[in-house]
Design a protein around this ligand. Structure first.
Ligand code: SAM
Length: 213
């Protein structure tokens, strides 16, 4: 038995209690070892349902948030998914574990290089790119799903443009203190929008995001 197997099982129990019902999401969260994406001195806290610090003053998102966003994204196996904000690489690994073709963008090269090493070591085929994700990744568009893991002041147009018909964009939108998670499905002639309140992410910094370093 692995060092954290019991803790990971307990985390799954917490996610289910909080309303994560999608079995594919539950299975992926049970399979991917979150402690591999967490750095010392926080490794022992990897299975607490909380965000934890990573390099460059960023965070690995709270497990419930990762599970909830993934459940809302509802990616089918083989779906082409773009993630903005690679961070530790954990969310991308969950999507890859679910059989998605993952493309991920991170503005901090140092974080991207670490995540890339992990994808290789764990055998996940994830396409990575350094830069500003608010402009998307047009070469591979359209995407069946786009997930933004940092808080945006508004929804970047480029991301809506790069969604396929029927595709879904999951993005936290709001001010710097709190955001609503917006779930937008692109239909033939309109966007269907659902909002869930009460999230807190680090800022999305870029051309169609916040100003910052
Ligand atoms: N998905 C990550 C994970 O599983 O660890 C969460 C990372 S953290 C909450 C959000 C990340 O978004 C940070 O690493 C930050 O540097 C990155 N970020 C912020 N603005 C960005 C932008 N315009 N383009 C790409 N990455 C961005």
């Amino acid at each position: 038995m692995g060092r954290f197997d019991q803790e990971r099982r307990e985390m799954i129990g917490v996610l289910k209690e909080k309303g994560i019902t999608d079995e594919r999401v539950v299975q992926a969260m049970a399979n991917v070892e979150r402690h591999v994406f967490v750095n010392e001195p926080f490794v022992n806290r990897s299975y607490e349902d909380t965000a934890l610090p990573i390099e460059k003053s960023q965070t690995i998102s709270q497990p419930y948030t990762v599970a909830f966003m993934t459940q809302e994204l509802d990616p089918q196996p083989g779906a082409k998914i773009l993630e903005i904000g690679t961070g530790s690489g954990y969310q991308a690994a969950i999507l890859a574990e679910m059989g998605c073709r993952v493309f991920t963008i991170e503005r901090h090269m140092e974080l991207l290089l670490e995540a890339r090493k992990l994808f290789e070591r764990l055998g996940y085929r994830v396409a990575t790119r350094g830069g500003d994700g608010t402009v998307g990744w047009s070469e591979f568009a359209p995407y069946d799903g786009i997930i933004v893991t940092a808080a945006a002041p508004e929804v970047p147009d480029a991301l809506v443009k790069q969604l396929s018909e029927g595709g879904r964009l999951v993005i936290p939108v709001g001010d710097l203190d709190s955001q609503s998670l917006r779930v937008m499905t692109k239909l033939e002639d309109r966007l269907e929008i659902k909002e869930v309140r009460g999230f807190k992410f680090v800022p999305l910094i870029g051309k169609q995001g916040w100003n910052g370093k």
